[in-house]
Design a protein around this ligand. Structure first.
Ligand code: SF4
Length: 334
């Protein structure tokens, strides 16, 4: 049986159930790298140029950890998710970046997902990908349909149950997917945590920020805990047409949760990230306009968990001194 490696980094947190289901229904075995650890991070750093952002370094480390364990590595070029809406250039160029810095790796499966080019281009890319495993078009079509349903169910599960990707993946596939419990306790503060899913959900990179905030008595809301429809609509309300793939997750969720009057917002971004330098500033202005306490945190490989804990404690103390209030019901976007 062919083995397909999927690195536990970047878009993994958003699409793993759909991707896994697709390959399994084509008869392949899916192998996933372990949660990020020091060895993985160090390996990724050793192959990347210094000013590469932290999530891409981590991605390379995960890919290295899979090299001897699979026949193929799945690294799609996720270009465009809708009309004139594009991903960051590093995510678009990920297959080529990986080939350049890891020439010893196995064959890279690199479909170009570019919805701007229309439905037929998309299907052509997916059928070409599936042809590595079967020549039966009925089997291919079935794998696509089942994967799509699995993906929709995964997204709905997170918003319905108000859980993070790690919690949802733990429920679906078992424990290696989560290093710490993620269910919200009965906290008396509600904090929105905004950022790219591959930062807010990688517990090694973010020093288990959700776990620590929950232990300090905060309920945490992330973009996945609102429906996709709601954050898409909130992003449109905030900025009109969106042009970056992550605008709903960051600007949309920022708009949505400030309307919900959360007690505070924490933004988590990667040092040197171009898209974040625009989106997080929008969230900061929105927080200022709505008088919502705001804490920006930027991560790189030298970030210290201890320093971050101190800032989190100070932020929550400051909010508590201001006095707390219950969040208003969810805004009506869905
Ligand atoms: S969006 Fe930012 S953090 Fe994500 S891959 Fe691009 S530069 Fe890196």
């Amino acid at each position: 049986m062919n083995k397909v490696g999927i690195p536990r980094a970047l878009l993994y947190y958003q699409y793993y159930p759909g991707w896994r289901s697709f390959f399994e229904h084509l008869g392949a075995e899916v192998v996933t790298s372990p949660p990020t650890n020091r060895t993985i991070l160090t390996a990724g750093i050793s192959r990347a140029v210094a000013d590469t952002c932290l999530p891409v370094k981590v991605f390379l480390g995960h890919t290295i950890s899979l090299i001897s364990k699979c026949d193929y590595i799945f690294i799609p070029s996720m270009t465009s998710f809708g009309k004139k809406t594009y991903n960051c250039s590093k995510i678009i160029g990920l297959p080529n970046i990986t080939r350049a810095v890891l020439p010893e790796g196995p064959i890279i499966l690199d479909p170009n997902i570019d919805l701007e080019k229309g439905r037929w281009y998309f299907y052509h890319q997916i059928y070409k990908l599936a042809s590595h495993f079967t020549s039966n078009p009925v089997k291919m079509k079935k794998a696509i349909d089942i994967a799509w349903q699995k993906q929709l169910a995964y997204r709905k599960k997170m918003s319905d149950e108000k859980i993070t990707p790690n919690q949802a993946l733990s429920d679906l596939y078992g424990n290696p997917h989560s290093a710490s419990p993620q269910k919200n306790p009965q906290g008396n503060l509600t904090i929105a945590l905004l950022g790219h899913p591959y930062i807010t959900n990688d517990e090694y990179l973010n020093h288990r920020i959700i776990y620590h905030l929950q232990n300090m008595g905060a309920n945490i809301l992330t973009s996945e805990m609102a429906s996709q429809t709601a954050i898409d609509a909130a992003a449109t309300k905030a900025v009109g047409e969106t042009h970056w793939a992550f605008e709903p997750d960051i600007i949309g969720a920022g708009q949505y949760y400030t309307e919900m009057k959360v007690d505070g917002i924490i933004s988590l971004s990667a040092f040197g990230c171009g898209p974040d330098s625009m989106m997080m500033v929008w969230v900061e202005h929105r927080a200022k306009d709505t008088k919502t306490p705001f804490l920006p945190l930027s991560l790189d490989e030298h970030s210290s968990g201890g320093a971050m804990l101190t800032r989190l404690e100070a932020f929550l103390d400051m909010i508590k001194r201001k006095g707390t209030k219950l969040p208003t019901p969810s805004p009506a976007y869905c």
